[in-house]
Design a protein. Structure first.
Length: 297
């Protein structure tokens, strides 16, 4: 009689990744051995996880260069396609089901800021005094439902930045880190016109949890020179540590697209077990530029 699937899953779940890897590899070998060329092509045609990007490679190459120029104040890393198992669900309150499991104790990178946080923590454990500013451009894959609107797909191009280091008086670390990320977004949008993208109407939405309004006021004051309108809303997501800022852009047809996202997180403090450590992470959806903001001229 076949074993109950839930019982089998429970048994495997109690084992370490190194103990389950041989079993999972054997399972993958057996499943792959049953597949035919026609099965591969059928999956290629129907499965959004394996389908090529909807964008041209040369277009993305040009945008990658523009994004790296915008983030010139950050050290640029090339991440592995995989991260440690639990990289998203352990650090933030998100379901493990939102990431694609790989093998050998790994998962496909579902959020490059989590991987950058690990690298920041590794460096800060060696020298807690040196602020880390890292960025990457990553073809990110997520398993959750698509956000509403055009231009979203199962895997997508993302500029990610992380700034981590010891805290400063009057929230100085967080204030400057938010400013660095937003200024990079503005620079990127301003220069995107040369590649044929029109991104005129922009605004910032600052979401704030109770008890974080002093920090929010300092961030708002710091960003006044950008000239961007700043609208404030309550923060209801526990994923962020008190403050989150959206970089919204209105398209020609009137839709509001959240191109960028900046937030404060406690991940590096937890990874290093050093309460003074601060972290601000940001992401910018590069693939939305050609899909939603290409000039009609």
């Amino acid at each position: 009689m076949p074993r109950d699937h839930h019982a089998l899953g429970h048994d495997l779940g109690d084992a370490s990744p190194s103990e389950t890897t041989p079993t999972l590899l054997a399972l993958a070998r057996r499943q792959a051995a049953r597949r035919r060329p026609a099965d591969l092509l059928a999956q290629w045609e129907r499965d959004a996880y394996v389908a090529p990007s909807m964008l041209d490679g040369r277009t993305m190459h040009a945008l990658d260069g523009l994004a790296l120029a915008a983030a010139e104040g950050y050290e640029a890393l090339v991440l592995s396609p995989v991260a440690p198992l639990g990289n998203c669900s352990v650090l933030g309150p998100t379901s493990q089901d939102r990431t694609l499991m790989a093998n050998r104790g790994t998962e496909v990178v579902g959020d490059p800021t989590n991987a950058l946080a690990l690298e920041c923590a590794r460096r800060l454990r060696a020298d807690p005094s040196v602020t880390q500013r890292l960025c990457t451009i990553h073809q990110t894959l997520r398993c959750q439902p698509f956000p509403p609107g055009k231009g979203f797909s199962r895997h997508f191009r993302l500029l990610a930045t992380v700034e981590a280091g010891p805290g400063l008086a009057e929230d100085g670390f967080e204030v400057e880190a938010f400013a660095h990320a937003i200024e990079a977004f503005v620079w990127l949008c301003d220069r995107a016109a040369a590649l044929g993208y029109h991104i005129p109407a922009r605004e910032l939405v600052l979401r704030v949890a109770e008890g974080r309004h002093a920090l929010a006021n300092r961030i708002t004051a710091r960003l006044e020179p950008t000239g961007l309108p700043i609208r404030r809303e309550p923060l209801e997501s526990p994923y962020y540590d008190g403050v989150r800022m959206l970089f919204n852009v209105r398209t020609a047809d009137g839709d509001v697209v959240p191109l960028g996202d900046v937030g404060r997180f406690d991940w590096v403090a937890r990874l290093t077990t050093h309460r003074r450590m601060r972290m601000v992470a940001a992401g910018f959806g590069l693939q939305l530029l050609p899909l939603r903001f290409r000039s009609s001229e």
